[in-house]
Write a protein that binds this ligand. Structure first.
Ligand SMILES: *Cc1c(COP(=O)(O)O)cnc(C)c1O
Length: 430
């Protein structure tokens, strides 16, 4: 079962990309724990290296277990192809790599995962790339930030951690008018809650470390291509539209059409950057994806219950969750992520920084970890951990002020989670 867009999400999350193993009949996708693949003959080898025939050469580029996951994620997102890699952060670099060159920039939302802010504001400068951070609710500011050197627009669908929902269609229209691809990090929403390509995204990136795998076992990332962007419409993307010297002058867009970006990601991105996902990680993520919709339903249900309980509690200052009617993004969430606003939100504590630290240390079921999207409930005080490297202004802009904690609600019994929060709040705030 490969291309079956008529099947529903629950069927595709189990079957897309997979078929019984042709060698053994194994029903579950085997872990192809191999580095290399025997060529039929010298001619076959040459055809593979010329990209005239699709097949397996070496697992830095392609692997049959990883290939099933790539097709599964591409199908769930409604894209034409996907490239998996070693982490979500690798996926972000890999996503930008075909588009960028020294002196080029991206326009990115201020509301991003803390590690992404650091990657974009500091590390990419070493490549001669830069990022301009803008409030994505201010469409005029987004337009004004785009200049002749801009090569992509970047945001998260449900932004981590502040309960912010991006108006994807409006941002896609701005990117489109400027002839630029929109890249959406869909990690916290997953394709079950939001399908950015349907809202105009060109590329979707994931940290598969989170909900797609779902139980905090392996790191991984993915880049999904919508196949809809015309890379040859301008001279802005020469690595895709013009002869690519790194692949003996191959013109990717002319040769591969809508699959140009995906082929580039494997033939140049993985080949030369080597940020490859290993087959064992792909296996864990395939296992996780089989239950994605079931888990996300429960994650969202629990998040709504707990957010409501917290909002009604006098020890709590505020709750920022787009699944609550009090959120300014409640209405927007209904169109961007109709099945729920995710399971990640922050709340402000009466008592500030000290009370937050006490709360985190008093919880029993919630684990204090720098992760999200696990079956188990997690908490983090962003200001002292994930968002520590940011300036106070960046912390506030990212929704991670000193009196704020972030919850990633798991799929445990909601009554147990509430009881745990209740006893910890009593210790923290009294
Ligand atoms: C975790 C995360 C990343 C980075 O992914 P890694 O797999 O940890 O490299 C990027 N974006 C978001 C929204 C994340 O939650």
């Amino acid at each position: 079962m490969t291309d079956a867009p008529t099947y529903g999400f629950d069927t595709l999350q189990i079957h897309a990309g997979a078929r019984p193993d042709p060698a053994t009949g194994a029903r579950q996708t085997p872990i192809y724990q191999t580095t290399a693949y025997v060529f039929r003959d010298a001619e076959h080898a040459a055809a593979l290296f010329n990209l005239q025939e699709v097949g397996y050469i070496y697992s830095r580029l392609t692997n049959p277990t990883v290939a099933v996951l790539q097709e599964r994620i591409a199908t769930l997102e409604g894209g034409v192809g996907a490239v998996c890699c070693s982490s979500g952060h690798a996926a972000q670099i890999m996503a930008l790599f075909p588009l960028m060159a020294p002196g080029r920039n991206i326009v990115a939302s201020t509301r991003l995962y803390g590690g992404t802010v650091t990657q974009f504001s500091q590390t990419i400068k070493r490549f001669g790339w830069s990022a301009k951070f803008v409030d994505f609710d201010d469409l005029e500011a987004v337009k004004a930030a785009i200049d002749g050197d801009t090569r992509a627009v970047f945001c998260e669908a449900i932004a981590n951690p502040g309960g912010y929902i991006t108006d994807l269609r409006a941002i896609a229209d701005v990117a489109d008018a400027a002839g630029l691809p929109l890249i959406v990090d869909n990690t916290t929403a997953t394709p079950y809650l939001c399908r950015p390509i349907e809202h105009g995204a060109t590329l979707v990136v994931h940290s598969t470390t989170k909900y797609l795998t779902g139980n905090g076992t392996v790191t991984g990332g993915a880049i999904v291509d919508s196949g809809k962007f015309d890379w040859s419409a301008s001279d802005k993307f020469p690595s895709l539209s013009a002869p690519e010297p790194a692949y003996h002058g191959l013109k990717f867009h002319e040769t591969f059409g809508p699959l140009a970006y995906t082929f580039h990601g494997i033939a140049i991105g993985l080949r030369d950057l080597g940020m490859t996902m290993n087959p064992q990680a792909a296996h864990y993520t395939l296992m996780g994806i089989e239950t994605l919709s079931l888990r996300m339903q429960r994650h969202v249900e629990n998040a709504v219950t707990i957010a409501k309980w917290l909002e009604a509690d006098p020890r709590v200052d505020f709750v920022t969750y787009a699944g609550l009617p009090s959120s300014p993004y409640f209405e927007r969430a209904k169109s961007v992520c109709p099945k729920g606003a995710g399971a990640l939100f922050t709340f402000g504590l009466k008592g500030g920084y000290e009370a937050c630290v006490k709360l985190v240390d008093s919880l029993q079921i919630f684990s204090h970890v720098a992760n999200l999207g696990d079956t188990r409930s997690l908490i983090i005080h962003s200001a002292s951990t994930t968002h520590r490297q940011l300036t106070p202004e960046q912390q506030v802009a990212a929704g991670a002020a000193p009196n704020v904690v972030r919850l990633s609600i798991g799929i445990e019994d909601p009554a147990d989670l509430i009881a745990d929060l209740d006893q910890a709040l009593a210790k923290a705030v009294g």
